[in-house]
Design a protein around this ligand. Structure first.
Ligand SMILES: C[S@@+](CC[C@H](N)C(=O)[O-])C[C@H]1O[C@@H](n2cnc3c(N)ncnc32)[C@H](O)[C@@H]1O
Length: 238
């Protein structure tokens, strides 16, 4: 097979069918988490695009369980959708702890209510404030087994360095960074990519390139870039 060709996505119809099929055949999220995503879409409109997709949330649940993670750190909570998926993964784990953070108090209030409604607020906590400051105050809470990086893209390099330098992730811990391919623009932002029309996405590209370059050269980690969703960097700490 020629690995340059995206055999699974020959056109929009087949792509939609493939993704729907994968959702159906993958570990499901409980109904209340899907409902939370639907509610976020209804109430926040276009802003809800910040959430990971439903299939990606299923992937996060599967990954957290498969790694046997007990402690998870999330940078970028929004209304709590991805954190709820992590909470589902850890809900029967003794001593489980999830710390998530965000700068936005409005969406933060929605997330906190969702954690309460789901009955996971005993082990999921949201810290409000700029991630850089929050991370600096988390040293006594670490190290975490899994870190999910999904906040402002211009902060990725700083957050990654802080997580490593402050020992917030354990050896062999996994950091997952979202959106590292940004609509394919990170790999190709010429006019052949129809997403060049998305000017906001374009402004994130230099930060993501710098981040991916750092991951590829940093001797503290081993990285695999997964061309799924909006691009995931899967990073193992050595
Ligand atoms: C892509 S969304 C997170 C989505 C969430 N992980 C989910 O899937 O439901 C990114 C979030 O990062 C937050 N954010 C932006 N700048 C931040 C900063 N400096 N510190 C902390 N959070 C920040 C935004 O408020 C936003 O809610």
């Amino acid at each position: 097979m020629k690995d340059e060709i995206a055999v699974l996505y020959p056109n929009e119809t087949v792509s939609t069918a493939v993704l729907r099929y994968c959702r159906e055949k993958s570990i499901p999220l409980p109904e209340h988490i899907y409902k939370h995503a639907d509610l976020t879409e209804k109430e926040l409109g276009d802003k809800s695009e910040m959430m990971v997709s439903k299939l990606q949330a299923q992937y996060l649940l599967w990954t957290a369980r498969s790694l046997g993670a007990k402690k998870i750190l999330e940078i970028g909570c929004f209304t709590g959708f991805s954190a709820l998926a992590f909470a589902e993964a850890l809900k029967d784990t003794e001593g489980a702890k999830i710390v998530t953070m965000d700068i936005n108090p409005e969406t933060g209030a929605i997330a906190r209510q969702a954690f309460k409604d789901a009955g996971v607020d005993s082990f999921v906590s949201l810290i409000l404030g700029p991630a850089e400051e929050t991370l600096a105050n988390l040293v006594s809470e670490g190290p975490f087994d899994l870190v999910f990086l999904d906040a402002n893209k211009e902060g990725y390099v700083t957050y990654f360095n802080k997580v490593l330098e402050l020992g917030l992730i354990r050896k062999d811990g996994i950091l997952i960074a979202d959106n590292v391919l940004k609509k394919g623009l990170v790999a190709d932002s010429t006019d052949v990519n129809p997403n060049v029309a998305d000017k906001i996405a374009g402004t994130r590209v230099p930060y993501l390139k710098e981040f991916n370059d750092l991951l590829a050269s940093d001797k503290r980690v081993e990285t695999f870039l997964l061309p799924a969703f909006d691009g995931l960097a899967l990073v193992r700490v050595l």
